[in-house]
Ligand binder design. Structure first.
Ligand SMILES: [Zn+2]
Ligand SMILES: [Zn+2]
Ligand SMILES: [Zn+2]
Ligand SMILES: [Zn+2]
Ligand SMILES: [Zn+2]
Length: 722
């Protein structure tokens, strides 16, 4: 399976042209407002550049928080935060990296990266060696005599295993007849007889109608479209031949069933094992260099020390306190919150209307796609209406708050092209850029792929959604519980608080009672069904089923009382510890029927409690999770300007307490590679039609290219005398 990219560079060229016209403005047009380019009467000239003027109308509309006297002293253009259409389309106006890293720091970081990657390089080498040995055995040759044919694979192509959908980066097996491709993990599992067939599973929720979602009766059964439950077909066995060779699988699971799969390679012969050797060599060179420096009494770099002949590279004395603190927490798999990142920025406006104006220049977008959080469905809405609701709120006819989330706006893979100035601003705000800078982070494995290789889409992405402080219990503006393959950083760049009227609050109380009654009614029905089933055929289940008496059952959505606090944050986060994942999963498997998902339908089936992304734990569920399993997430409110670092593999969920604009970016740190690989393996085992399945990160490919690049950079650094 292959997919190709089309790299469109034409948009970038346009930006350059516009940039030029912004810098070299004709002096005679000075009376024209820089922002709106019209010659209005009331203008404020800038005392600094003595060139640009901004009209008072624009100042009021687009710079409402900057006093006019400040603008007269130094105009937005001089401050670097002008949000006129031309400036918003320019990139490179501000410096995005916060500090220059010294060569000694670079050496230390690269050493750390290579050292962290060695165990994974070793795993990759062993797997490749084992498969080559199997092939030697089949052909009656020595492993060194095995000739492996190269597959034609373009750099801008991705090859996936046709069975488990993980990315193939080098050795694999391929059918000469139908070009079915199989990864080495699958080959191994077939030989060990533990390969799972991963049949498609039926999904889908019934739409029981608008009334049902608001706590009333469902539409009569006859209106409901029955789900098509696919009966699992006869189980297909896929076994290896006696000599270890593998035949292309039968048509039912995607192959031709005819030919033996041949061992193929993508990279040059021995490329990875050579790289492994080079990595070891460069590390020992670094150690010798450090040792010589210590002998010469030069210990200014402070990196590592010789102790009983053992080298330790853990010392980070010369790095600032904050970075060290971050690294310690990060290595333990704990999230990190950094306050006030907006203070580091040039003050560009994150007002959604400013971003929208910038986008309108490039895309015609009268309508946007949004997710209605109650039904969990996509809706189309007029863009202006959406943003009106962002600041003023929206409600259904019965006054229940209508929570909308913009879907993929601006289109995520084009953020950098469409909003170049905002992209620069976001990167400049990022703390710990060594880890997360999407262009040059020295410890970010995701930026080490060669230019020609197709890169994963890691953002930045914008998330614009409504929110309300009170937990609704149903239709809340949430990102449901999920777990990302990579690390991520998320900055809250803009909020808008929407006040609910007394009339609305009263209507909401009534509706909540209805929701509760519906929850209880359905819970009783489920219990009756379960009991009937139990008596008829499942009497031997014994103590495995825990029954909840109706009096005890409190419904899935008891909202917590809104405490009377002065200042609330923008978004409520719950991040779970990796070590709590088994208990969290057990809780969800036990209680899934108490949750609602699409069309507010109760969840009927769990494939994977976290990767399904169909649960949000309300305050009541969190309380019970703590009571029954002793599991408690890190819970905190993200305030405006705060950056949240989420380590790969920590399940998390978010609820918006205000209308929020967040910008998030994925990255891959050396500390969490183990977790990325564990998750990749978990995703591999999901059914073939599961939404989370595809290996978009291609983590193993990332590892080998990161080591290659780091070895190259490190040898350049230590060979230059300083
Ligand atoms: Zn103007
Ligand atoms: Zn100026
Ligand atoms: Zn401007
Ligand atoms: Zn596979
Ligand atoms: Zn075939």
């Amino acid at each position: 399976m292959a997919e190709r990219s089309g790299n469109d560079t034409s948009t970038k060229k346009n930006v350059k042209k516009i940039e030029g016209s912004c810098f070299f403005q004709d002096k005679r047009k000075n009376f024209k407002c820089h922002q709106c380019l019209t010659g209005r009467k009331a203008v404020v000239p800038c005392l600094k550049c003595k060139e640009k003027v901004y009209c008072t109308v624009c100042i009021k509309q687009w710079y409402p928080n900057i006093p006019i006297v400040e603008i007269a002293k130094q105009c937005p253009f001089c401050c670097g935060n002008c949000n006129c259409s031309i400036c918003l389309q320019s990139s490179g106006l501000i410096k995005t990296s916060k500090r220059d890293i010294t060569d000694e720091e670079k050496i230390k970081h690269l050493q750390h990266l290579i050292e962290s990657m060695l165990p994974f390089m070793k795993q990759i080498c062993i797997m490749q060696k084992q498969e080559t040995e199997v092939d030697a055995n089949i052909q009656g040759l020595l492993p060194s005599e095995v000739e492996i044919q190269q597959t034609l694979c373009y750099a801008d192509e991705r090859i996936y295993c046709d069975h488990c959908a993980t990315s193939i980066f080098d050795l694999h097996r391929s059918c000469p007849k139908c070009s079915y491709e199989l990864c080495l993990s699958c080959c191994k599992e077939i030989r060990e007889g533990i390969l799972s067939i991963r049949d498609d599973v039926p999904y889908g929720y019934r739409d029981r109608g608008w009334d049902y979602m608001h706590g009333e009766d469902p539409l009569p059964e006859s209106y409901l479209q029955e789900k098509v439950e696919k009966q699992p077909g006869p189980s297909i066995q896929w076994e290896a031949n006696n000599d270890g060779s593998i035949t292309c699988p039968p048509k039912e699971i995607g192959g031709c069933g005819d030919c033996r799969l041949e061992l193929k390679r993508i990279l040059p012969m021995g490329w990875i094992s050579n790289l492994d050797t080079k990595a070891w060599e460069i590390l020992s060179n670094c150690r010798i260099r450090q040792w010589l420096k210590t002998l010469n009494g030069d210990n200014t770099s402070g990196e590592g020390h010789i102790d009983n002949g053992l080298y330790s590279s853990t010392s980070t004395d010369n790095l600032d306190e904050g970075f060290r603190h971050f690294q310690t927490r990060w290595a333990k798999g704990e999230p990190v919150i950094v306050k006030n990142t907006l203070a580091n920025s040039s003050g560009l406006s994150w007002e959604p209307m400013v971003m929208w104006r910038a986008l309108c220049k490039r895309l015609e977008m009268p309508e946007v796609k949004a997710i209605d959080c109650l039904a969990g469905c996509e809706v189309e809405i007029n863009t202006r209406q959406f943003f009106k609701g962002y600041t003023e709120g929206r409600a259904y006819n019965n006054l229940w708050p209508e929570m909308l989330k913009l879907k993929d706006w601006p289109p995520s893979d084009k953020f950098e092209d469409l909003l170049p100035r905002h992209c620069d601003e976001f990167i400049s705000m990022l703390p710990f850029q060594e880890y997360c800078d999407p262009r040059s982070g020295i410890l970010n494995l995701a930026v080490k792929l060669p230019h020609c290789v197709l890169k994963p889409d890691l953002g930045p992405k914008t998330y614009i959604a409504y929110g309300v402080a009170e937990e609704l219990g149903r239709g809340d503006s949430v990102t449901k519980l999920h777990c990302d393959l990579s690390d991520a950083v998320n900055i809250l760049t803009h909020t808008s608080e929407v006040a609910l009227s007394d009339e609305q609050l009263a209507a909401m109380e009534k509706l909540k009672m209805k929701h509760k009654a519906q929850d209880e009614k359905e819970s009783l029905e489920r219990e009756r069904l379960k009991k009937g089933f139990d008596e008829s055929e499942a009497t031997n289940w014994g103590d495995n089923i825990i029954y909840v008496s109706s009096g005890e059952f409190r419904g899935a959505s008891i909202p917590e009382p809104l405490t009377s606090r002065k200042e609330i944050g923008g978004a409520l986060w719950d991040i779970f510890r990796r070590e709590d994942v088994p208990k969290l999963e057990a809780y969800l498997r036990e209680h899934y029927t108490e949750f609602r998902h699409t069309y507010c339908s109760p969840v009927e089936k769990v494939i994977h409690p976290i990767h399904d992304q169909s649960f949000y734990l309300t305050a009541e569920h969190k309380r019970r999770l703590k009571e029954k399993y002793g599991v408690e997430p890190w819970t905190f409110e993200q305030n405006l300007g705060e950056a949240v670092f989420i380590p790969a593999g920590c399940p998390h969920q978010v609820r918006n307490l205000k209308s929020c604009t967040k910008v998030a970016l994925d990255f891959v740190s050396p500390e969490n590679i183990q977790e990325c690989l564990r998750l990749t393996e978990e995703f591999r085992q999901l059914p073939k039609n599961h939404r989370a399945r595809e290996d978009k990160l291609e983590i193993r490919k990332m590892i080998i290219y990161a080591v290659e690049r780091a070895v190259k950079e490190l040898s350049e650094l230590i060979s230059t005398p300083n």
